[in-house]
Design a protein around this ligand. Structure first.
Ligand code: ZN
Length: 306
């Protein structure tokens, strides 16, 4: 399967965000109560999902729930129905609500993997924004309490009038390769046998490729060539607001020196081994699940002949 940024898990089947409605408060209020509205719920970073794993969509009855915190306008579906997400406050008790029994708030990483592509994209967008609001209640310029604006897509400070926009933090996630070998690493907290691509946040003043080169050197002692970096695809990763930029990059050295504060181990694997890891048949090593971009970077390289 040919994968692009547009078909990446958590990014695919994106809807019309209809951003022009974000300033239309009357339109938003009416749309929220319209008979065809679609509303999903979050609490504490967790989406409300049905027993079958699908995101639970409520209609106009959502407006009558008590304990609604932030309300986010996500956009419109193909029929023109407005889509909202609600971040329920901790005062909202699901078991005592009129929607009790329809679903449960579920840990997001687990939940997203079981959702349809569109639901996973919407839920992942909502989670990222809700987590941003939670951590940015006060103006970074003057310290006053800021307020939600534009249907959840902005905060504004009533004191100094500074506007604040949701974060998207670029991360280079890269597979360093040397001939027929690729470099994978693992952190000490990961399950035994779990290896993945190396990754790190891009710093100010860096390109994605330069960030990848720096991280490889810092984490594994591997020198690589920024000009050789091949960009594959990107994935929004809402834990809480990363944009993973997937690269394959040529290593110029093979001796590994692991920075133990970052990684527990890094190791070279042959292409044959990489194929087995992706197929789930490697004797001791397994890869990230298909929901994660690292899986697809490794798969793309493993499927190449050279
Ligand atoms: Zn301010």
């Amino acid at each position: 399967m040919l994968l692009t940024s547009d078909t990446m898990p958590l990014a695919s089947a994106a809807i019309d965000r209809a951003a022009h409605h974000r300033l239309e408060t009357d339109w938003l209020d009416a749309a929220f109560k319209a008979p065809d509205v679609l509303v999903c719920l979050f609490q504490n970073g967790m989406p409300l999902v049905q027993d079958n794993g699908g995101l639970l969509w409520l209609g106009a009855q959502a407006a009558s729930l008590s304990g609604i915190g932030e309300r986010l306008f996500l956009g419109k579906d193909k029929t023109g129905a407005a889509i909202f997400a609600l971040d329920m406050t901790l005062a909202f008790k699901l078991a005592a609500a009129p929607i009790a029994g329809l679903g449960d708030f579920t840990e997001a990483r687990m939940a997203f993997g079981a959702m349809s592509p569109m639901d996973a994209n919407l839920a992942s967008t909502a989670r990222s924004l809700f987590e941003w609001h939670k951590a940015h209640g006060f103006c970074a310029n003057c310290g006053a309490a800021s307020a939600v604006r534009e249907a959840g897509w902005k905060r504004a400070c009533p004191s100094c009038e500074r506007e604040h926009f949701p974060r998207t933090d670029p991360v280079a996630i890269m597979l360093a390769v040397s001939g027929d070998k690729c470099l994978l690493g693992r952190q000490s907290l990961w399950p035994a046998g779990f290896f993945s691509c190396l990754a790190g946040f891009i710093e100010p003043g860096e390109t994605v490729e330069q960030g990848a080169v720096r991280e490889l050197l810092e984490e594994a002692g591997i020198r690589s060539n920024a000009a050789s970096a091949e960009y594959l695809f990107a994935q929004p990763w809402p834990f809480p607001s990363s944009l993973m930029m997937g690269l394959i990059i040529k290593a110029e050295t093979e001796d590994i020196t692991v920075d133990k504060t970052e990684l527990d181990e890094a190791r070279w694997f042959t292409r044959e081994e990489a194929r087995a890891i992706i197929a789930g048949t490697h004797a001791e090593v397994f890869a990230p699940p298909e929901m994660a971009v690292a899986h697809h970077i490794l798969r793309v390289w493993s499927e190449r002949e050279s």
